[in-house]
Design a protein around this ligand. Sequence first.
Ligand SMILES: NC(=O)C1=CN([C@@H]2O[C@H](COP(=O)(O)OP(=O)(O)OC[C@H]3O[C@@H](n4cnc5c(N)ncnc54)[C@H](O)[C@@H]3O)[C@@H](O)[C@H]2O)C=CC1
Ligand SMILES: O=C(CO)[C@@H](O)[C@H](O)CO
Ligand SMILES: [Zn+2]
Length: 358
Amino acid sequence: MSTETTTEKNLSFVLSGIHQVSFEDRPVPELKDPHDVLINVKFTGICGSDVHYWDHGAIGNFVLKDPMVLGHESSGVVAKVGSEVTSLKVGDHVAMEPGIPCRRCEPCKSGKYNLCVAMAFAATPPYNGTLARYYVLPEDFCYKLPSTVSLEEGAIMEPLGVAVHIVKQGEVSPGQTVVVSGAGPVGLLCCAVARAFGASKVIAVDIQPSRLEFAKTYAATSVFEPSKTATPEQNADRLKEENDIPLGADVVIDASGAEPSIATGIHATRNGGVYVQGGMGRSEITFPIMAACQKELTVRGSFRYGSGDYKLAVDFVSSGRVDAKSLITGVVKFEEAEQAFKEVKAGKGIKTLIAGQE
Ligand SMILES: NC(=O)C1=CN([C@@H]2O[C@H](COP(=O)(O)OP(=O)(O)OC[C@H]3O[C@@H](n4cnc5c(N)ncnc54)[C@H](O)[C@@H]3O)[C@@H](O)[C@H]2O)C=CC1
Ligand SMILES: O=C(CO)[C@@H](O)[C@H](O)CO
Ligand SMILES: [Zn+2]
C-alpha cells in the first residue's frame, strides 16, 4: 500500500497528441532552489494557445513531442517555501507568472526578460504547464494577492499582464484615441488598460456582435463591426468617420491575429501613430507596408510580459482600475478540464477557469 496521502499527489491534465488528453498522477515537484516555492494551484484560465496545442499539437516552431501538462494562467496558495524565501509564507494567495527566464542572456540583462533566449514557459513544449495540483516557481515570479482580490481574479493576471505589455508597447498616454481590434479576453483587457493609462476614446473592433456588446458594457467607449465584404481601407475609413477621428487613431492594437484586422488597423492609424501587433495568427500575411512607410508608423510587436507588468496588473485590479471579475464567465471542475477546452474552442463566454484541487 502506498504511504502517500492524497494531498501529496499531483494529478495533472496532460496533452499527449492532438485531442489526446488524460489525467496523470505525477510526482509532486521538488523545490530546486532555496528561493523556490511550491504552489497549490487553485484556478487556471484557458488561453487560446492552450486550445491551439490541444487542437493542432503545435504553435509555430513549438511542437509537442512528449506529453505535456497544459495551462499557464494560474493562481494558487503557497504550500511550501524554500530556505531563503523572504517575500512569501505558507498560505499566501498568489498570481503565478508562468515563464522563467535564464536571467543571464543579453535580453534578460538588458531588462527584456520576456525575450529571453532560453525561456522556460509553462505549457510551451517542452515545459509542463500549471494544470496540476502543484507547481514550483521562484518567489519573485509569484505576486501576492491582497485580501480584496480573489484567487479567481488572480488567474486573470496572466492575460492582464499580456495586455499591460501591449499597451506599454503602444506608449498610450492620457487623452489619446486607441483602437483595439479583437474583443476576446486579451483585447478587452487592452481596452481596460488603455483607459487606465488615460486614453479618452477606446474603440473596440470585432466581427462577433456578441463580443462587441460585451465590450460596450466593459471598457470600450465605442465599438466597430467591420464589414466582411469591404476592403480594409474602406473599413478603416468608416471606423474613422463613425468615431469622429478623421486623421485616424493615435494607437492601434491588434488583439485578433486576423489578417483583415491587421490591414484595417494599419489604415486606421494616424500619420506618425503607433501600431502594436499583439494577436498571434498566421505566421505570414499580406501587409499594407506602403501605408506604414508613408505614414511613418511605429510598428511594434508585443510578446508576453516583462519587468513590472504582472505587478501593475495586480495593482490595477486591487485598486479597482481594471475589472477582472466580469471577464470570468465560467468555472469548471478540474475533472471537466477537457469540456472547458471544447467550450473555449466553440467561443462560449469570455474566460473559462478550471478550478484546482485541495
Ligand atoms: N502577444 C502575446 O504575447 C500573446 C498573444 N496572444 C494572442 O492574442 C490574441 C487574442 O487572444 P484572446 O483574446 O485570448 O483570443 P480570442 O480568440 O478570444 O479573441 C480574438 C477575437 O478576435 C476577433 N476577430 C477575429 N477576426 C477579426 C477581425 N477580422 N477583425 C476584428 N476582430 C476579429 C474574434 O472574433 C475574437 O473575438 C490571440 O491571437 C492570441 O494568440 C495571447 C497571449 C499572449
Ligand atoms: O499564450 C501565451 C502567453 O499567454 C503565449 O505566449 C504562449 O506561451 C505561446 O506558446
Ligand atoms: Zn496565454
